[in-house]
Design a protein around this ligand. Structure first.
Ligand SMILES: [Fe+2]
Length: 251
C-alpha cells in the first residue's frame, strides 16, 4: 500500500512537474510575446507614419532618410525576422545566377498597426558576387536594411542628368552587416549599388512612390555605369544603361 502510494505520489509529482514546466514555457513565450509586441507595433506605426509624411511632402526626403535609418537601426533584428516570417520565406530558396531575386512578403498582422502600410516592399535575395545593380531613382525614396549576410554598398549623389549620362559623385563605399540601414532619395545619395560578399545576403527594401512630383519624373529606376569617365571634383560621367545592359555588366 505504501509503495503504491509512493508510486502514485511520484506520478502525481511528475505530472505536476510536467504541467508546471509546460505552463512555465507557455507563460515564458507569452511573456516574451507581450514584451515584443508593443515594441514592434510602435516601430511599425512610426515607420508607416514617416512614409506617409514623406509621401504627403510634410517631411523632406533627406529628413525621411535620416529618421527612417535611425528607426531601422533600432529594431531588434530577431523580432523583425519573426515579423516577416523570414525562415519560412527563405526556406529552400533558389538564388539567381545574375542580379537579385525579389521576394514578396507581408508583415504579420500586428494589433494597432494599419494593415495597409504606405510602403512598397520586397526582400532582395542574392548569392555571393551578385548585385542589386547600380541605379538611381526618380520620384521614389527607398530604405534598405540588411537582414542577413554581408554586402559591399556604394552610394553616389546624382548631380546632373544629361541625355545619355548621369553626372554622379561617390558618397560612400563600405561593408554592410545585418542590422545596417541605408537610404536613397531624389535629393541625397540618389544612386546605389549593393554586391553580396557573403555566401548569401538578404536586404529588406521599403520604398515610397511619388514623393517628388515637383521634379516632373514618373516613378522608376535609372540604371547607370558608375565606372564612367572621371571628371573634376571626383565627379563621374556615368553612361545611362538599360536593365539588360546593367545586369550584363554588374548583375
Ligand atoms: Fe533602388
Amino acid at each position: 500500500m505504501d509503495s503504491l502510494n509512493r508510486r502514485q505520489f511520484t506520478q502525481a509529482s511528475l505530472g505536476s512537474l510536467l504541467t508546471f514546466t509546460l505552463l512555465d514555457t507557455l507563460f515564458h513565450c507569452d511573456a516574451l510575446g507581450e514584451e515584443v509586441r508593443p515594441i514592434t507595433a510602435q516601430w511599425l506605426t512610426q515607420l508607416d507614419q514617416l512614409g506617409r509624411d514623406a509621401r504627403a511632402q510634410k517631411l523632406q526626403q533627406t529628413l525621411w532618410q535620416s529618421q527612417v535609418e535611425e528607426l531601422l537601426a533600432k529594431v531588434p533584428l530577431p523580432d523583425l525576422l519573426e515579423l516577416i516570417d523570414f525562415d519560412k520565406l527563405t526556406k529552400n530558396l533558389v538564388l539567381l545566377d545574375n542580379g537579385a531575386k525579389s521576394l514578396r512578403f507581408s508583415f504579420r498582422e500586428v494589433e494597432g498597426v494599419p494593415a495597409q502600410l504606405i510602403y512598397g516592399k520586397q526582400i532582395f535575395a542574392l548569392k555571393r558576387g551578385r548585385s542589386v545593380v547600380p541605379h538611381g531613382h526618380n520620384n521614389m525614396a527607398t530604405a534598405f536594411l540588411i537582414l542577413k549576410g554581408q554586402l559591399q554598398g556604394r552610394h553616389y549623389d546624382r548631380l546632373e542628368d544629361e541625355p545619355k549620362h548621369l553626372i554622379i559623385r561617390p558618397t560612400s563605399d563600405r561593408l554592410y552587416n545585418p542590422g545596417d540601414p541605408s537610404s536613397i532619395s531624389d535629393y541625397k545619395d540618389n544612386v546605389h549599388w549593393f554586391q553580396a560578399v557573403s555566401e548569401d545576403a538578404y536586404i529588406l527594401n521599403l520604398h515610397v512612390l511619388d514623393v517628388a512630383p515637383e521634379r516632373g519624373f514618373s516613378t522608376g529606376r535609372v540604371y547607370c555605369d558608375p565606372k564612367g569617365e572621371s571628371l573634376s571634383d571626383e565627379r563621374i560621367r556615368a553612361p545611362r544603361l538599360g536593365y539588360k545592359q546593367a545586369h550584363e555588366l554588374y548583375g
